[in-house]
Design a protein around this ligand. Structure first.
Ligand code: FE2
Length: 356
């Protein structure tokens, strides 16, 4: 009995198999598509813009935000063409994709890019390898960027308004300095020169930038309180009496009273009040000693002596810079802080500082 299937039966079996294979493949494709659609939908909802880049720097996939920003036709373009609007690849040192291919991951990267309207925008992001070939070689990198343009704009505006405030403050300080110097022409320029010396001593002592800034500001107006001393006493030739001297001695406190309400980044009013204090307690207005006196006031105190002694005064000619140095060196550790004196000597002798 012949049990072999007929051609007709074979034909139907092959057809059945074909249909089955097509159905299985169809199901598989549908499942893969559903899966991809699911991930695509998820990645489309994130705020960041994501792009997948291959070894040739070609964008092979982009989420909705990336397409919105750089154009629906971003896929298939080179990444520098898509994100930088340039036909030339990015420089070796600033290409995050190249770096990611080389090291596997790049974190915290900031970049400037051009959107599809040609506007420059700022981004912060990272990149890492997400695909590797059978030999382990990286074949695709994902770039994840957040748009920080608005944040950068706010930072810039804040910086500009800070600069403007500083400019206004500098103008106000300058006006104050001029007010006191107009009444006392013999000491015109004394505050600026004292401030210059003090600022350089502070730098020599490696004080912080903020401290140097505070010293510069306080130096320019350290004699502001003299505004309350009668002009005839300030410009009086010859020796002055005890009463007149006590009026002059009020100027650090008066300066403090004028400045205490102004908000500086540094205690300018307090520095001004202490600039005639001496470390052995013989200064005024409080007779503070050693560590009770702020370093900024000690520095301005020494700079004040150097400038005053080497300049002309209504009651005497200039005593000369050598006499001024002799004064601070002789009294180093008693009237003047030894570290400040050493820094001042270093400044003038080694760095050939000149304040006139
Ligand atoms: Fe003074």
């Amino acid at each position: 009995m012949n049990t072999e299937p007929s051609y007709a039966e074979l034909y139907h079996k092959v057809k059945d198999l074909e249909n089955q294979t097509t159905r299985i493949a169809g199901d598989a494709v549908e499942k893969v598509n559903k899966c991809e659609a699911k991930y695509q939908a998820i990645l489309d909802t994130v705020d960041a813009h994501l792009t997948l880049i291959d070894r040739n720097f070609t964008v092979i996939w982009a989420n909705r935000n990336a397409r919105k920003l750089f154009g629906e036709n971003i896929v298939g373009k080179n990444c520098h063409e898509a994100c930088q609007g340039s036909n030339n690849p990015c420089g070796v040192t600033k290409c995050i994709v190249r770096d990611a291919f080389r090291s596997g991951i790049v974190q915290r990267h900031e970049a400037e890019m051009t959107d599809q309207q040609g506007r420059r925008r700022f981004f912060s992001g990272a990149a890492h390898v997400v695909r590797r070939g059978s030999n382990g070689e990286a074949t695709a990198v994902v770039k994840v960027y957040n748009d920080i343009t608005e944040q950068k704009k706010t930072e810039y505006e804040l910086k500009q308004s800070m600069l403007q405030l500083r400019k206004n403050l500098a103008g106000t300080i300058q006006a104050m300095a001029m007010t006191v110097e107009t009444r006392d022409p013999y000491t015109a320029g004394h505050q600026r020169r004292t401030s210059d010396i003090a600022r350089n001593i502070a730098r020599q002592m490696k004080l912080s930038r903020q401290e140097v800034d505070g010293i510069r500001m306080a130096g320019v107006i350290h004699d502001l309180g003299k505004i309350c001393v009668p002009a005839e006493i300030l410009s009086k030739p010859g020796k002055i009496g005890a009463t007149e001297f006590s009026l002059i001695q009020n100027h650090p406190q008066t300066g403090y009273d004028i400045l205490k309400g102004i908000e500086f980044n540094w205690p300018v009013a307090e520095i001004v009040r202490q600039h005639h204090e001496r470390i052995d307690g013989s200064g005024y207005p409080f007779g503070l000693k050693g560590e009770q006196i702020r370093i900024e006031a000690k520095i301005i105190g020494v700079a004040d002596v150097i400038e005053a002694m080497s300049s002309h005064r209504p009651y005497r000619p200039s005593l000369g810079i050598n006499k001024a140095f002799s004064e601070i060196m002789t009294n180093s550790g008693t009237l003047y802080d030894a570290d400040v004196v050493n820094a001042t000597v270093d400044l003038f002798s080694r760095r050939k500082f000149d304040f006139h």
